[in-house]
Ligand binder design. Sequence first.
Ligand code: ADP
Ligand code: MG
Length: 573
Amino acid sequence: MTTPATPHYPEQVTGMDILARALKEMGIQNVYGLVGIPITEAAYIIQGKGIRFVGFRHEQQAGMAAATEGYLTKKPGVLMTVSSLGFLNGLTATANATVNCYPMIQISGASDPTMVDMNVGTYEQLDQYNTAKPLVKAVFRCSKAEDIPSAVARAYRAAVSGRPGGVYIDMTTPALGQVMNASDADKLFYKPVDLYSPVAPNAEAVSRAVETLVSAKRPAILLGKGAAYAQIDDKIKTIIEKYNIPYFPMSMAKGLMPDDGPLSALSCRSTIMKEADVVMLIGARLNWLLSFGKGRWNPDMKFIQLDVAPEEIDVNVPIAAPVVGDMGLALDAILAGMEGKTMSADPSWLQSLQAETKTKNAKFSERLVANKSATPMDHWTALGVIKPIMESNPDIILVNEGANTLDDTRDSINMSLPRHRVDCATWAIMGMGMGSMVGAAVATGKKVVAIEGDSAFGFSGMDFSTACRFGLPCTVVVFNNGGIYNGVGKPMDNTADPAPTTLNINARYDKLGEAFGAKAYYVQTPDELQKAFTEAIASGKPCLINVQLAADSGKESGHIGYLNPAPLEQITV
Ligand code: ADP
Ligand code: MG
């Protein structure tokens, strides 16, 4: 009798293994997501590959985490969601990332596209590919496992190249479940070459910019979050310090150069808009946040604009000297072109800005100490306590959202290191706090403080539990003034319901922290806040501080109330 030969089965893999390997080979270290059909198994396999899978309670927050990782690291953050609603929840963050030029990749499980196309009413049926398309830089659909490695590599390249942004991959159930011989799957992988390929601006544009800058009498540099993102900190420092050019940062560019440095014109924004003759925009857009470059701006202003996106030039006002290309290469060329040239700047320009800074800062610090012992606290009192502690711990990343909480925190806390401030950015959205906090902590390993309005916190509060499950060094500070803008809105006479802006001045957000095992504090006085905040950040553990503010602290829409349509009774004809 002869023993039958052992049949030879080739080693097999599924689309899920291929996805995990594709992410690993692209150097992805973290995936943020929320599992369910059809991606649960894929998430386990991804985790098994040594990629950190950070599971959230809401896809939008997982997406905000991925976007924040993208912004802080210049590599795409990855979001994974289920189909239909999970996809849509995540897409809000991916769209927001695209608007803000943060590189990220959203991978969502999707129904069989042949069934979606025939509208048969399959499980979680939605044409996700076409839904995502107008909101992101690029879309891919993997209908077969063979498509996955190339989709992931191309999505990576699309996310980081040119103007960074969000990319969507429709990861269909048939592709995830497809079985292949491992040896065939091996052949699908390739090492993409030159994934981020910076393009230099042309020489003529560079010399135009150089001439414009050196001939300026009252020059200034405006730094945007594109400049922070680009990680060209030394070049920015060189052009500013070598040529003595005053600068002012947009909110997320704070810290690229120190807010309190001798050339900082942070408090002279309106003066610069009105009186400068040349402003060099580095990675900032003349959008609503900068009054579109007109109105309050000197009408004869010459703008130099460094931007990777040619469609950004002349958007609202003609740009005298556009420099289109990678801004690191642009600054190299501009610095080379300026070699041996001297600035024509009027020395009194810088002196007057420095004098204005001094006066304004003195006034501002009065405001921060004025109410030092007032209870209940207002935003300024609380920030007067937090400011010195944050400033003496400059390496803590600050996440910030709200209305008054955003404006007042941005205005009062000086930053001295680049990429240490993440906020609601271009769309001025609410609901990025916990996601960005977790993303910042996971991506950098640093301590993170999130200063949140009570309304803002409500959008993402449940994902504080994510920071707790992962034991991240995050402190959340909730400024509770009992409402959207404030807690003193009066309901209309015909209702017993709360006013549309009213939340709960007595809400004990600290109990939410306790529910998830965090160290939680309820503070009512500046002294209690100081003690709690100091202890919380020192602990390096998840902490939540509920700061009781007065219900009348804060005004409608913070600094941007003018964007509200005026009610009829205020319109005079
Ligand atoms: P802010 O809100 O701070 O003004 P924006 O997001 O409006 O900043 O502007 C950032 C700009 O930076 C975008 O127009 C984007 O195209 C540009 N940008 C991002 N990365 C680069 C880069 N590496 N080189 C050149 N421009 C870049
Ligand atoms: Mg509030």
